[in-house]
Structures are given as C-alpha cells and as structure tokens.
Design a protein around this ligand. Structure first.
Ligand code: PA5
Length: 421
C-alpha cells in the first residue's frame, strides 16, 4: 500500500479544500488528458510485449535517445527496478540500457565506444518528432549504423506522434518500427506509454505490474473522499502552503533507487505548474520550485539550510519500508563511541536518520509529509508515477492554469533554431 502520513498542522491546511475535490475531478475529466486513461490501453501493452519477444536475444545494448519527458521516466524505471550496477555485463542476461538525456559530445562519443553497434537497438523518443537535441542524437547514431551498413529498420524504433513530425515521416518511408505517444499525453506525463514501457520491457521490467500499480492509484484518484484521495491531499497541501510562502517543494526519497524518481518529479512539477497566465489569460507567473534531495546523503549537504535557512519549503519524504536486502552493521571495534551501532541494521539506520531529520524539521516548524511504500517494485513505482501525475493535475486546478502545456520550453526550442540558422 502507498501511504501518506501528514502531520497535524498539514491536515488543517488540506481540510480547507474539502469542497473542491469533486469539482476539480470533474474539471480534470473534462480536459480529456490521457495520463489517467492511457493505462486502460491493453492493446499497446500487448504490442510492446510482442515486439520484445520478437527481438529477444538480438541486442546487447539499448540506447534511448530523447530529452526531458522522453527520457526522465525511463531513467527512473531503470534505476528503481533493475540492479544498480547492471551496467556490468556479467550482471544480466538483459541488454544494457543507456538513456542519453543530453547532447554533450563526450556523452555521445563515449556511448558509442561502449556499445556494440551491430547488437544495439536505438529507441528514438520524441512526441513532436522534431526536438533539436533528439534529432541531433539520432542523426549521430544513424550515421554510424549507415556507415556500418546496418539496416535502420533493425536498429531503430521510433516512439512519436501518430501522424506528425520528422520521425513519423522517416518511419513511414523506411519501415522503421514505431510506437505512438497519444495526442493527449504530454512528454512529462508519458512514462506509462511506450515512452517508458518499451525500454522497461526490453530490460526485463514487468510492465503489466507497473500498470497494475498505476490502476490502484488511479482508483484512489477517482474518489472524492478527501481522506482517501492521496493525490488531492498532496496538491491541496502544496497549494495551501504556497499561499503561506512555501513555494519550494523538496522531494527527499530515503532510498538510493528513488533518486531518479525525484528527478522525474522535478520536471513534472516545474513544467506543469510554472506558468505565466491563468485560464482566463491573466498574467499570474505562478509556480512551485522543485528541489531534489536524497536521504541520507543530503543530510550532510542540505539539512543545515532546510532547518535554519528561509522557511520557504515544503518537504515530501519518500520512505521505503523494506529495501529488499539488509544487514547488521558489524561493530568490530570495541569502542564505546560506536556502541550505539550494536545490533543495528543499515535499514534501521536509514529509517532512524529519516525520523531524526523529520523530527528536527518539525521542531523548526518546517511542514512535511511522508509517502511510504512497503518496498520498491513495479506496482509501487507505477502507483507513485500515477500519484504525482494526478497530484499535478489537481495543482493545475488549484492554480487555475493549464498544467499540460509548456510554452516556455517551446519558446526556447524556437529561439535555438533561429540562432542556428
Ligand atoms: O514534458 C514535455 O513536454 C517536454 O519536456 C518534452 O518531453 C521535451 O521537450 C521533449 O519533447 P519531444 O518529446 O517533443 O521531443
């Protein structure tokens, strides 16, 4: 189960908005956005699995080319649901996955050096089919495969719009296999479409379980009971607290494997809620600034600021009960200064440090909530994706803005192109 623990003070803030949950749910439904309905598309799931079976054993490397919403979800899936060091060939019978979320030439060149081109599948992901970074990455690797006389239709898959964009044109012309990003699903909401599901399935992640977890959270999202609707509670709190000057949301997972989840969320919150205009065209310049922190690592980097710096932050802790492994910390030196570690496991130390951090924040009157999962598996990760996508949609309603567009990102794409021509 995914649980939300809020503190007494935060509950008071949430309850201010009791009456809004029904109307907001209705408004979100009316918008016909696909982030909450896409998980009913069983045909696409079947198509993905069929493709995965058809290429089984053919590739040793998978390289995802894409940026922003086309890459961050996949990076998160890889980190949370496969061994951290699977990059080592002896660790897996699945292909090794590289997700290139940048155009740094060193990244491209060094990726080229570690892959076996003849056994590599490039997944090119772009909803618009024309994002400069993605097209540049694609062109670089396509040139390599062309030079090596490798057929594009065997070494590339495109995930893009059904009809529009350069990738769609190339796919049609050269019979390059493709999957669709539905019209009504934006990049940062697309992890549960082929964008995240295809690479995930290719590296052995059970995508049916991911979707199952998302379904469980969607049921919670659809309820108008404020006690149960976790996405609504999260959004209501973010909104209420922002009105009290807490315009920064810190997501702090206490799990190494959820660090990338906070990266994924950073984009979702920033791009969805940071808007110049409200739905009536008024200039509002709203937004919540997402900050990513990792427990326990950032206790030794950020805690001082969080406790004593400006009181402008709301903290969302992600907590994992069972890390899938645990061991006692061996106390091998007979020294009273480390006696407190006797019979303590690493998981206990993690949990205790989390409690300590939270307690200190509470004492310093910093608002926080904890979202807990039993363990890191496909169901919970699917559920967490859905939880924060739904919370973000609710936030759009609170602020009365369009949470699903990104005119600011588009503008920078246009300007870059102009500067280059
Ligand atoms: O969330 C978004 O819409 C953006 O971050 C996009 O994912 C990103 O700009 C890449 O765009 P595209 O998928 O069109 O290549």
């Amino acid at each position: 189960m995914i649980r939300l623990d809020d503190t007494e003070s935060t509950i008071a803030d949430i309850n201010l908005y009791q009456d809004r949950i029904g109307p907001y749910l209705e408004a979100i439904r009316q918008k016909n956005q696909g982030f909450h309905t896409i998980i009913d598309d069983t045909k696409t799931l079947d198509d993905i699995m069929q493709f995965v079976r058809s290429v089984e054993g053919r590739y040793t490397h998978i390289v995802v080319l894409g940026i922003g919403g086309s890459a961050l979800g996949t990076l998160c899936l890889q980190q949370s649901l496969t061994p951290l060091y699977r990059a080592h060939p002896h660790n897996s019978h699945h292909p090794h996955l590289y997700v290139l979320d940048n155009i740094d030439p060193a990244l491209l060149q060094e990726t080229l050096e570690v892959i076996d081109l003849k056994k590599t599948l490039f997944i090119v992901v772009s909803k618009s089919g024309k994002t400069p970074e993605t097209i540049a990455q694609y062109s670089f690797f396509r040139k390599q495969t062309d030079n090596a006389d490798l057929p594009a239709s065997k070494h590339f898959v495109f995930i893009t719009d059904k009809k529009k964009g350069l990738l769609r044109t190339i796919s049609d012309k050269e019979a390059i296999p493709s999957f669709i990003i539905p019209d009504n699903v934006g990049g940062r909401f697309s992890v549960l479409t082929p964008v995240g599901l295809l690479p995930a399935a290719l590296i052995g992640i059970d995508i049916n379980k991911l979707i199952r977890g998302a379904h469980t959270m969607r049921d919670i999202f659809y309820t108008d009971d404020i006690e149960k609707n976790i996405p609504f509670r999260v959004a209501a709190l973010q909104y209420a607290l922002s009105k009290k000057g807490k315009s920064i949301t810190v997501m702090m997972p206490y799990a190494q494997k959820l660090e990338r989840f906070a990266d994924w969320y950073r984009q979702l919150l920033a791009e969805s809620i940071g808007k110049a205009h409200d739905n009536d065209g008024n200039t509002v310049n709203v937004g919540l600034t997402p900050v990513k922190a990792l427990g326990v690592t950032d206790q030794h980097s950020q805690s001082q600021l969080y406790n004593e710096g400006p009181n402008d932050k709301f903290f969302m802790f992600l907590s994992v009960q069972d890390f899938g492994t645990d061991m006692n910390i061996p106390v091998i030196h007979d020294d009273p200064s480390i006696d407190y570690l006797r019979d303590v496991s690493f998981a206990t130390l993690m949990h205790t440090e989390q409690k300590g951090t939270q307690q200190s924040l509470i004492e310093n009157k910093r608002p926080l909530i904890t979202i807990s999962i039993d363990t890191i598996n496909e169901e919970y990760i699917g559920g967490l994706f859905m939880l924060f996508e739904c919370a973000t949609a609710f936030l759009g309603e609170f602020y009365s803005i369009n949470a699903f567009d990104q005119p600011g990102v588009e503008l920078s794409k246009v300007i870059t192109k102009k500067l280059l021509t």
